[in-house]
Write a protein that binds this ligand. Structure first.
Ligand SMILES: Nc1ncnc2c1ncn2[C@@H]1O[C@H](COP(=O)(O)OP(=O)(O)OP(=O)(O)O)[C@@H](O)[C@H]1O
Ligand SMILES: CC(C)(CO)[C@@H](O)C(=O)[O-]
Length: 272
């Protein structure tokens, strides 16, 4: 009656928002990176949600438990900050779905559990594409929006060190609730260029161009991205957080002291 799942963190480099009244069909197109830093979620009998030992309320997790019709004690552990563009809410939702299914013998399939967590994120307004990307792993490209069975995915092949520097929080709910037309147009352009050249350098260049076009950069974040460029690297903004990320050693070459992880090739799954 206890199970643990690991879900990679996910940094979106560029995206376009595609709302739809059916949450299975709502989602985003775009590209991102699944991280070896993620969320470990343990589900057992009881009640209450904790993140790194602290009680917390996260809408998508509550929706997942409701949809599965179970009450459970959910404990999440992560090195990643919440609200900073790492898809932590999506990882908690998907981890809860995978671990609750195992702990309570619910006999649901992976697509079913991913769709359930995707709907919970969309209905909470906390994300559009993180869950499907986290279920896949690697460097996911979301070609068509939506849950498994509706969306379509591809990926950029490649392995790399990833560095990140979190400066502050940005509310995903607030940005998604605003006007996303200009941002989405920039996201569609970025996706088209990476589909043409599906390499890691092209992914980073497209992400950097999107960060300029999306109009979400703060002065502090722009300073960090400029310093990395001056040191000969490319860093961009983790959507949607006040966070810089890069592949390789760009942030440390520019004199920062970033957190370091790697691209995580596999998707979310149960832990041994
Ligand atoms: N202290 C807190 N800071 C930020 N969010 C919090 C906090 N406590 C609870 N929450 C809830 O956690 C969720 C955070 O979702 P959000 O989508 O902003 O973060 P994320 O998934 O980590 O990042 P992102 O979607 O930008 O990649 C929201 O539902 C929010 O209400
Ligand atoms: C909307 C988003 C940037 C929030 O993290 C993400 O869910 C995505 O890329 O769809």
């Amino acid at each position: 009656m206890e199970a643990t799942a690991f879900v990679p963190g996910h940094v979106t480099g560029f995206f376009s928002a595609h709302p739809h009244e059916d949450p299975n069909r709502a989602g985003s197109r775009g590209g991102g990176v699944a991280l070896s830093h993620g969320v470990e979620t343990t589900v057992r009998e009881g009640s209450g949600l904790t993140l790194d030992g602290e009680a917390i309320a996260v809408g998508p997790v509550e929706r997942v438990l409701d949809a599965l019709g179970v009450e459970a004690r959910v404990a999440c552990e992560t090195p990643l900050p919440l609200g900073s563009g790492f898809g932590v809410s999506g990882a908690m939702a998907l981890g809860t779905a995978l671990a609750a299914n195992a702990a309570f013998g619910l006999a649901r399939s992976e697509n079913d559990l991913t769709a359930l967590a995707h709907r919970a994120e969309v209905e909470s307004g906390t994300g559009l594409g993180d869950v499907v990307a986290q279920a896949r792993g690697g460097v996911p490209l979301r070609l068509e929006p939506g849950a498994p069975g509706h969306g379509a995915m591809d990926g950029v092949p490649g392995r790399s060190r990833v560095e990140y520097l979190a400066l502050g929080e940005l509310s995903t709910e607030d940005v998604l609730a605003g006007d996303t037309d200009a941002l989405s147009a920039a996201g569609e352009r970025a996706l088209a260029t990476v589909r043409e050249t599906p390499t890691l350098p092209a992914f980073m260049d497209a992400s950097r161009a999107f960060a300029d076009g999306a109009g979400l950069l703060t002065d502090d974040l722009r300073d960090v991205l400029d310093a990395v460029a001056e040191a000969g690297g490319t860093a961009s903004m983790a959507m949607l957080g006040e966070t810089a990320f890069c592949l390789g050693t760009g942030l440390s070459d520019a004199g920062y002291d970033p957190a370091v992880c790697r691209i995580h090739p596999p998707g979310a799954g149960l832990s041994d």
